[in-house]
Design a protein around this ligand. Sequence first.
Ligand code: NAP
Length: 295
Amino acid sequence: MIAPRAHGGIVGIIGDPVAHSLSPRMHTAAFAALGMDWRFVAFHVPAEHLPDALRGIRALGLAGVNVTIPHKRAVTSLLDELEPSARAIGAVNTVRVEADRLVGYNTDAPGVLDALVRDGGRTLAGARCLVLGAGGAGRSAAFALASAGAASVVILNRTTSRAEEVAGRVADAHPACAVRAGPLDPATVVRAAEEADVIIQATSAMLAEISDGRGEAPAWLRALDPVLRPGMIVLDMVYTPRRTALLNAAARAGATIVDGLSMLVYQGARSFELWTGRPAPIAAMRHAVDGPPPP
Ligand code: NAP
């Protein structure tokens, strides 16, 4: 039985691809832990169907959705309202239905900080940070780090103009933080990593390799290995596999590692609280995603 509320009881995730997502398993466990009769559904939504999918959220009475690749940016122009930090970041990963209006939030940003601080044991004030990727997740991380008092944030992206656009926004919002942008090539990555205390891998470059089972990391990612060192903290947002090649290399080099599951749980906990109004059962959510992946 679904909770008999006009806008309660069903939430989900929209993305393309979405089959790799552990969010259904995590939120289903959270509902079970609290005895809530809610459902979480994964919806495969190609870009051309995004506007219809959003209309469907309202029409079908969902309480909200998570938004994942590649829609976090595009969705911002299709909602009724953006919470101020989501508007500043320019990316939404959580939609909540509020009095029939679709309101966009960004829980990736606080989720990155929770993961680095609570699981990485790291204070971010004064940190020198490198963010690889300027999509929805990369821009959320860059904003989060600057808002937490990072001394500098370097954003490198395959499409350099996108990194520059994000860097401009972050610099405007956080003038005390030194923000730079650049291309995602091996030489630039190495130079930036040599000066970084915190590295965040926020590209989806490995998703295709994971889904077709090849697993060969790109040259810019492999170039990082020799510059990883103790005292550095490395977060890879990708959580399939849980221990990515980057995290394995960082652990071998004596760096502190934070896996993508850590961020998944913290951003998910904040989304859960937005939808349900109840404190998220974080331990149950973590436990649900720590096990082997679903068949
Ligand atoms: P997105 O908005 O679609 O952005 C994708 C990013 O990856 C862009 O920076 C893109 O560069 C880059 N990219 C894609 N293919 C690439 C390639 N072959 N080589 C180099 N760069 C490439 O996706 P997103 O929402 O930011 O998500 C990015 C990754 O983070 C995904 O793997 C996602 O699953 C993961 N993530 C995890 C969590 C978590 O909780 N653990 C949360 C959010 C995201 P261009 O701009 O040049 O296209």
